[in-house]
Write a protein that binds this ligand. Structure first.
Ligand code: ASP
Length: 326
């Protein structure tokens, strides 16, 4: 991944030689295991700093353009919070209907524009490959915050950071992904990223129509990782260390009748969780609809609200890295 053109007027203190300086973050395929160790170490530092002082000036004078063509609560607000906690500023464009996009402006022109005003661009867009297209035309680093059913790399980074912080390890884990594995981009990124660790077994539980895409299964298989597919959770739950639940992605269905058929395929309740280990975690990228009952929220294994907090620290780390401050 090439570094974006060097800025001749770079303010004092930017480390042009920092390994992630000026890089786009488009896919989990970019990250090696040592990269992950580094990101987690920086994210851990960010956590300590937020707990100690809340906000500090590492990115003072820097500007983030937050460009969201699809709905978002956590990803957009955690990137905004991350930038502001690091002392930087944000141009939020979440209502693209109020921007020139509504006048028919192309994605390349929009990111060319934002590259003049901001130092880094975060983008979410409904089309697979849109973040890569944006990166091609932007002269500032672009971070993919979800490209349709493609990838959501920063989510997978925060998901693996969550597993690390909660279970204390990322090797030798039995990870079960449940729900909409076809349209859920977070599981596409997570399955790929888990191949950086040792002794991982992946289980996919979904309705027939929402199975994990072949290309993801083949990529994971090519790296020699065991995987299994199931229609129900029962058999696989007792040996699961991480249960990663996903929402059925209503907005990706062409036929609403098809969505109705599968929307309530699985519901995690305290009763369903009885056969699970005491030492395991339940994750969810959120938003949840009906797939995890609120009755389960107080169970110590319910890690999904802690997971979204870890997202703040990981996104702080990523912003600092691509801006040459970590
Ligand atoms: N927030 C996640 C995403 O943007 C998960 C979801 O929407 O279900 O992919």
């Amino acid at each position: 991944m090439p570094t974006k053109s060097k800025n001749p007027y770079l303010p004092f203190g930017d480390q042009q030689n920092a390994p992630w300086y000026g890089k786009d973050i488009l896919s989990v395929k970019q990250f090696s295991r040592p990269d992950l160790n580094y990101i987690f170490a920086v994210a851990h530092e960010m956590r300590i700093m937020v707990e100690r002082v809340g906000t500090f000036d590492l990115l003072k004078g820097k500007i983030l353009a937050n460009l969201f063509y699809e709905p978002s609560t956590r990803t957009s607000s955690s990137f905004m919070s991350a930038m502001q906690r690091l002392g930087g500023a944000v141009i939020p464009i979440s209502e693209v209907k109020y921007s020139s996009v509504a006048k028919g402006e192309s994605l390349p022109d929009t990111v060319r524009t934002l590259g003049c005003y901001a130092d880094v661009i975060v983008i979410r867009h409904p089309e697979v490959g849109s973040a890569a297209l944006a990166a091609k035309h932007a002269r500032k680093p672009v971070i993919n915050a979800g490209d349709g059913v493609g990838e959501h790399p920063t989510q997978a980074l925060l998901d693996t950071f969550t597993i690390h912080e909660e279970l204390g390890r990322l090797d030798n884990l039995n990870v079960t992904m449940l729900g909409d594995l076809r349209y859920g981009r977070t599981v596409h990124s997570l399955a790929r990223l888990l191949t950086r660790f040792k002794g991982i077994k992946m289980n996919y539980v979904s309705p027939e129509a929402l199975r994990m895409p072949r290309e993801v299964i083949e990529e994971v298989a090519a790296k020699g990782y065991p995987q299994s597919e199931h229609a129900t959770l029962e058999k696989i739950l007792p040996e699961t260390d991480v249960l990663y639940v996903t929402r059925v992605q209503r907005e990706r269905f062409e036929d609403p009748a098809e969505y109705e058929k599968v929307k309530s395929a699985y519901v995690i309740t305290p009763e369903v969780m009885k056969p699970a280990k005491a030492e395991m975690i339940v994750m969810h990228p959120l938003p949840r609809v009906t797939e995890i009952s609120m009755d389960f929220d107080d169970d110590p294994r319910a890690a999904y609200f802690r997971q979204m907090e870890y997202g703040l620290y990981v996104r702080m780390a990523l912003l600092a890295m691509v801006l040459g401050k970590a």
